[in-house]
Design a protein around this ligand. Structure first.
Ligand SMILES: [Zn+2]
Length: 186
């Protein structure tokens, strides 16, 4: 049986998160570290899939996690864990998150997928968000830019990167990558 058929059968042709029967796709659940198999795939609907990459998931839709978090399939547990983590500011989601039980391997797998949600912190440990302003706390040689960004330079409207050690910002008209340890918020 093909991987897709295998997953679709086990899921009984329903989204394994919300039980929807429309717009279904077999997706690979990232960061399992295993070869392709039904173990690291899940059948989910377009609506659920979109919300995983959305900044503002449809909170009420995700009440479905109350059921899916107890799925016997690790891939579904991992997706449930990651979405509950994303919704942790909602008290009901936070409660479910605390109740979730996963085997250690699966828990580590779930966590690997959210490692880039680590906070970006400045030299004083203050959290940096996209759009913030920062000030350089030392002179920085801008490689390839041919100039030195002076200590005290203010950089407005920063962008975050996948690496919490770096942000992007515009200095002297050029978008450059800056190390957060040389920055202070404000
Ligand atoms: Zn769904």
């Amino acid at each position: 049986m093909s991987l897709v058929n295998e997953v679709t059968n086990r899921a009984d042709n329903k989204c394994e998160l919300c039980s929807s029967t429309t717009d279904l796709n077999v997706i690979e659940v990232s960061d399992s570290g295993e070869d392709q198999s039904s173990e690291n795939h899940a059948l989910i609907c377009k609506k659920c899939e979109n919300d995983f990459s959305s900044e503002a998931p449809d909170v009420n839709h995700w009440r479905c996690l109350t059921g899916s978090m107890w799925s016997e399939y690790p891939a579904v547990q991992v997706l449930s864990y990651r979405m509950l983590h994303k919704l942790k500011s909602e008290s009901w989601a936070n409660e479910l998150f605390d109740q979730m039980y996963m085997e250690e391997d699966n828990l580590n797998w779930a966590k690997r997928g959210i490692s880039n949600n680590v906070k970006t912190l400045d030299s004083n440990g203050a959290e940096l968000n996209a759009g913030d302003s920062v000030t350089l706390i030392k002179d920085l040689n801008v490689k390839g830019g041919g100039f030195t960004a002076k200590r005290g330079t203010k950089v407005t409207g920063i962008r975050l990167t996948d690496d919490p050690g770096y942000i992007e910002g515009r200095v002297e008209g050029q978008m450059i990558v800056l190390k957060v340890e040389f920055l202070k918020k404000g």
